[in-house]
Design a protein around this ligand. Structure first.
Ligand code: HEM
Length: 485
């Protein structure tokens, strides 16, 4: 019986799992799309499965009930992160948030950022910025519509989120001196690759995948870019008004306005390296995730003209055709909310969240799990489980959210694209506003047609695996302006 727990010598039981190979353990089973490979394995071995990735014991969690056990019931035990090479080489040695071990430093930094950068008032604070950037995109699409042009929608969506993210973080959208998008996409690629050094450390010195070298190169360039940007912020003596301040201004003021006092436990010591590490985490956490969500949302809307029409109808009813949709309208758009949830169900941009790690030995459901075990939550598989979502799991059907209260906040473990608990995404409100507002504006302003009479079902929906799961191919479409102003 495959579901038999593994019996340990001391009589304890480990969760079931496949037979492993020497040295690599189960690494060979992951393939190019690990989210799918682990989904198939979980069908055989169950929702709490044990694997060994190289020499790292790993638990793969694949059902809502199991996710709740690890992210809520025993949240505190699994709130740490594994020490991986990327932390050292790309996150300035645990000085950021996302890859930093659970403990007082992480807690303080996260609290600081939550207050200064992620709070609901900050979502409002950046509303004019989002309005301006999405407005520029609408204007450029109007010109394409007049010229009957097909546009590279994926590229435009990544560009608008790039502009919003960079302006929010350091006050300018594009900077010809640096290839910011390239550097970030490289981080996402490197961070998402199963790095053999993390699993079979003694192979590290050979750098078989060339990852160590690429990480060092990337970090050198990132460091140079972030240093330049910080120095420019520090040299800018034009006393910025509060509403012109970006993330870096806020973080720098924490060094300059609130010097660390050893007597004051409330304030954590922040120096320039911390700021670089935090800023780097934030751009990666905010840019790829938001842009990839939008790319998938539009892929599904174009593939499902019925849903696109229904969303346009909602916008017409709530906003009308003679004015622009505003961010204050977003909360009235219930069908849009369901479209976004359905997008996340099928395309959770972080298919495994970020790996968690346990900080003590624990027994869960009768299974013994050792300290320092990694936990991968396969959110991708949870979203496609017919037991939760009925047999039409592969169908993009936003109406499935019509008569239930499932939301994205991390209380409903069937849908946790932002994670849940202590390590859940602190930027959710900020990200969701950019996602919803951009979809609303573009669907309200334009009708969208596929190029060359292409059939909706022929859209290539293939995905790549990385830190996020983006589309393999760019999405192209032809806009026609539809508002009466
Ligand atoms: C809109 C799309 C977004 C999605 C789908 C998303 C998803 C996630 C996920 C799945 C995690 C890991 C949760 C876990 O390990 O349990 C995470 C962590 C994080 N996210 Fe987001 N995120 C998004 C946007 C943002 C934005 C806009 C920001 C900041 C401005 C942000 C900042 C962070 C940070 C700092 C962490 C690390 C938290 C920690 O380790 O304590 N995210 N996000």
């Amino acid at each position: 019986n495959l579901l038999q727990p593994k019996q340990l010598k001391n009589g304890r039981k480990q969760p079931p799992g496949p037979v492993s190979l020497p040295v690599i353990g189960h690494l060979h089973l992951l393939g190019n799309l690990p989210q799918r490979a682990l989904q198939s394995l979980a069908k055989k071995y169950g929702p709490i499965m044990s694997l060994r990735l190289g020499d790292k014991p790993t638990i793969v969690v694949s059902s809502p009930e199991a996710a709740q056990l690890f992210l809520k019931t025993h949240d505190a035990v699994f709130a740490s992160r594994p020490r991986i090479q990327a932390t050292e080489l790309m996150s300035f040695g645990e000085k950021g948030i996302a890859l930093t071990q659970y403990g007082p430093y992480w807690r303080d930094i996260r609290k600081l950022c939550s207050v200064h950068l992620f709070s609901p008032s900050k979502v409002e604070f950046y509303a004019p910025l989002r309005r301006e950037e999405v407005g520029l995109l609408v204007e450029s699409l109007k010109r394409s519509a007049t010229a009957h042009e097909v546009v590279d929608l994926s590229m435009l969506l990544y560009d608008v989120i790039e502009s919003i993210t960079f302006k929010m973080i350091w006050g300018r959208s594009k900077d010809e001196r640096f290839d910011m998008k390239g550097l970030i996409q490289e981080v996402a690629r490197l961070g998402g690759t199963f790095n053999i050094t993390d699993y079979v450390p003694w192979l590290g010195k050979f750098d078989l995948q060339g990852i160590t070298q690429s990480m060092k190169k990337n970090n050198k360039e990132m460091n140079k870019m972030l240093e330049t940007i910080m120095v420019e912020h520090e040299q800018d003596t034009s006393k910025k008004q509060e509403h012109h301040k970006d993330f870096i201004d806020h973080l720098l003021s924490l060094i300059h306005d609130q010097p660390y006092s050893p007597h004051d436990e409330e304030i954590v010591a922040i120096d320039r390296t911390n700021i670089k590490a935090i800023v780097m985490d934030l751009i990666i956490a905010a840019f790829e995730t938001t842009a990839t969500t939008l790319d998938w949302a539009f892929s599904e809307l174009l593939r499902n003209p019925r849903v696109m029409k229904k969303l346009q109808q909602e916008l017409e009813n709530v906003v009308g055709l003679d004015k622009m949709v505003e961010q204050t309208d977003v909360e009235k758009l219930n069908y849009l909310d369901m479209v976004v949830k359905e997008t996340y169900r099928l395309h959770p941009v972080a298919p495994f969240l970020i790996p968690h790690e346990s900080t003590e030995d624990i027994t869960i459901n009768g299974y013994y799990i050792k300290k320092n075990t990694r936990v991968i939550v396969n959110v991708w598989a949870i979203g496609r489980d017919p037991k939760t979502w009925s047999e039409n799991v592969e169908e993009f059907y936003p109406e499935r959210f019509f008569d239930n209260n499932i939301d994205l906040k991390g209380h409903d473990f069937e849908l946790i694209p932002f994670g849940s608990g202590r390590r859940g995404c602190p930027g959710m409100l900020l990200g969701l506003m950019s996602v919803k507002y951009t979809i609303a504006r573009l669907v309200h302003c334009f009708n969208w047609e596929l190029p060359n009479g292409m059939n909706p079902e022929d859209i290539d929906m293939n995905e790549k695996f990385g830190l996020s799961i983006p589309r393999v191919k760019h999405l192209s479409a032809k806009p026609t302006y539809r508002l009466v102003r």
